[in-house]
Design a protein around this ligand. Sequence first.
Ligand SMILES: NC(=O)c1ccc[n+]([C@@H]2O[C@H](COP(=O)([O-])OP(=O)(O)OC[C@H]3O[C@@H](n4cnc5c(N)ncnc54)[C@H](OP(=O)(O)O)[C@@H]3O)[C@@H](O)[C@H]2O)c1
Length: 258
Amino acid sequence: MPEHRTTGRFAVVTGGSEGLGLAIAAALARDGADLILVARNRDKLETAAKELGRHGTVVHTVPADLSAPDAPARIAAHVGNLTDRLDTLVNNVGTAHFASLADTTVDEMNTMWHLNVQVPLLLSRQLLPALVNARGSIINISSYWARKMVAGRHSAAYSATRGALNSMTRALASELGPQGVRVNAIAPGAVRTPQYERSYLAPMTAEERTAHDAQIEHSYPLGRLGTPEDVATAAAYLASAQWTTGTILTVDGGLTIR
Ligand SMILES: NC(=O)c1ccc[n+]([C@@H]2O[C@H](COP(=O)([O-])OP(=O)(O)OC[C@H]3O[C@@H](n4cnc5c(N)ncnc54)[C@H](OP(=O)(O)O)[C@@H]3O)[C@@H](O)[C@H]2O)c1
């Protein structure tokens, strides 16, 4: 068993048990953070904690469904029991429902607005005193869908929430800068995560998969999907970039320049 030694520097990563969140957590741990991972499924959290702890990182887990109204306060209470200083908050959990205007339901709109906009805002508010104490930073995981539309994939309600998250990032950067807290976002292109595999690639027929791969090669100047590590590299940069705030960092293999 490795020796787990606390560094006294803390990072909260929502959705830190899988995909982008897990890779971001690993990158922040490599830069010396103790981790506090938030997700719903306890088994996945424990697996992630074991994996991240292999090299001695201290990993705390908080099982919580961020869609529950009391989740931000409960998470903050949990963090408060561990530390009064927070170096990094990564608001990574988000959700997407694609539907045409005619088929978009109020329930879907509310779910996306809550998880993609309100939760990052409320969690940031709950954790602000600890972020101020550490002169820490917030990193919001947004999406290329704020700026780039795709023919045939109707995204009005989803894209609106990503645009809102970007605007919120810039507004909070302006508001919190004088308190020493930086606020940035990352706008990833499509990244091959377990979620992307499950919901997008797995249901495809062989022909659809061939068309998908050709489309990726054509649309992305760098010719491939992203990896979670591509995004994690950007998050580690933003966590340490002491004079960078209010940035929406595009990490998308060049997708949005075409
Ligand atoms: N993958 C892409 O191509 C892509 C591109 C652009 C932006 N993004 C954004 O990047 C973020 C991460 O995406 P991802 O692809 O890594 O997968 P994801 O399925 O969005 O996130 C997976 C992580 O979030 C947790 N999670 C999901 N819903 C939760 C909830 N209600 N409460 C607490 N935890 C929750 C999951 O654990 P549990 O299931 O155990 O809760 C898991 O740890 C999302 O905001 C996504 O929209 C992804």
